[in-house]
Design a protein around this ligand. Structure first.
Ligand code: SAJ
Length: 404
């Protein structure tokens, strides 16, 4: 049997791990990115993002010639589109922008031949897979024997390589044959189950998964604000409520970050705002939680004498624990908004040495010298801090449950 040649378009957080993972499974993979520096980095066997185990698998796949990066798609048998789907700002609600998906689609139109497969993995509004077929036709592709399907990526940043193999996958073809053939392709390297459905249902399924998580985090965040008023410990409350066999509340925090859960619910809301009240409200609650945290910090700082402003330390600026990813990070938003209002601040982030114009302070110094210690992200490094390590009389504001 000849080895299938796979072209992965977009070498970002999903595309690069996918390309390297498929190369490690024996496929010949061509990775495509419009950024020349990404193409060069990958062809040097190096990576431009941080992800557990990714450097090793990219290095070995490039070394043995299974993964080669290009700036344009090359003739292949299977094309997998893994490009970003941002949203248009400025409207009544944010609307998805699939321009980059359509750019990627046009870039393969001239390469398609009989029995080729085109797969969209990017999180996309319902109907995008169909639009890919229309765009390909408009750009001259003969689709008579081309199979097109949607298969949403579902991997968790920080654990991508494991989840690429172990997660269940959803396959929604534009017709039954596409669904069947694409399912067989995923079954050849996935250990989880592969579920078959229509393209539209698969598209909606991805948006549903991330909206479900957003709604549930909003519930936890709402509880945290309600509890503050009555001096109830929200962490204890959630632990107790979760002892009920049918209750499973998530954890409150500073808000919801990353480029998935804070974005994808808008794809549903913008399609039918009247009928997505819970999803929209959850988004608003999670955005409001960040503002609420800032107000709490300001209230604490205002208790100090205006002539002797307190030294304030912020612990964590990543978008979630134990990761050096800062995309849409609510903790970073808090630090950026507060740093102009406060004179003397320290920022602790054990996962990096420097971030833009922010100097990073070691955990021990921030703990020892700060009057107010504000915990924004529950990084493992903070869990071993003892109460007696803090400066005498220091105020601790724990928004992420480090000490619970
Ligand atoms: N968060 C909380 N409380 C919690 C859990 C998370 O505040 O109890 C916050 C995190 O701190 C972070 C944000 O939510 O700021 C999102 O983190 P996450 O770990 O929930 O999810 P992501 O964005 O890293 O990855 C999600 C995953 N989706 C689901 O779990 C349904 C992942 O499987 C998707 O592949 C990914 O989005 C994506 O690319 O869509």
């Amino acid at each position: 049997m000849t080895t299938k040649k796979i072209c992965v378009i977009g070498l970002g957080y999903i595309g690069l791990p996918t390309a390297a993972f498929l190369a490690s499974k024996g496929f010949d993979v061509c990775g495509v990115d419009t950024s020349p520096s990404i193409v060069e980095t990958v062809n040097n066997g190096e990576i431009h993002i941080v992800e557990n185990g990714l450097d090793e698998i990219v290095r070995s796949s490039v070394k043995n010639g299974k993964l080669i990066a290009y700036s344009e798609p090359q003739l292949s048998d299977i094309y997998i589109i893994c490009v970003p789907t941002p949203f248009h700002e400025g409207g009544k609600v944010p609307c998805p922008n699939i321009d980059i998906v359509l750019d990627a689609t046009r870039s393969i139109a001239h390469l398609l031949k009989s029995d080729d497969i085109v797969i969209l993995e990017s999180t996309s509004p319902v109907g995008t897979t169909k639009k890919i077929a229309i765009e390909l036709k408009n750009f001259g592709a003969n689709l008579d024997n081309v199979l097109i399907a949607y298969c949403p990526e579902r991997v968790l940043p920080g654990n991508i390589l494991n989840e690429l193999e172990s997660n269940d996958r959803i396959i929604g073809g534009l017709n039954d044959k596409a669904t069947k053939v694409v399912s067989e392709f995923y079954k050849s390297f996935v250990r989880g189950r592969v579920h078959e459905t229509s393209a539209k249902t698969a598209e909606m399924c991805k948006l549903t998964e991330n909206s479900f998580r957003d709604v549930n985090i909003a519930f936890a965040n709402e509880l945290s604000m309600l509890c503050k008023k009555d001096s109830i410990d929200v962490w204890e409350l959630i632990n107790l409520a979760n002892c009920h066999p049918r209750v499973n509340i998530l954890q409150p925090g500073v808000g919801v970050g990353g480029h998935c859960i804070a974005v994808d619910p808008w794809f549903i809301v913008s399609r039918d705002e009247d009928n997505s009240k819970i999803i929209k409200t959850a988004r608003e609650v999670n955005l409001y939680k960040t503002e609420w945290v800032e107000k709490e910090i300001e209230n604490e700082v205002h208790k100090y004498n205006k002539n002797v402003l307190p030294k304030v330390a912020f612990f964590g600026i990543a978008f979630k624990p134990n990761i050096d990813d800062f995309r849409e990070s609510p903790a970073l938003t808090v630090v950026n908004n507060m740093k102009n209002k406060l004179q003397d601040i320290m920022v602790v982030e054990p996962n990096i040495n420097k971030f833009s114009d922010i100097n990073i302070t070691p955990v021990c110094d921030a703990v020892k010298y700060s009057d107010i210690c504000i915990f924004l992200v529950k990084h493992d490094e903070f869990l071993s801090i003892n109460q007696e390590d803090f400066k005498e009389g220091a105020k601790i504001l724990d928004f992420c449950g480090v000490f619970k």
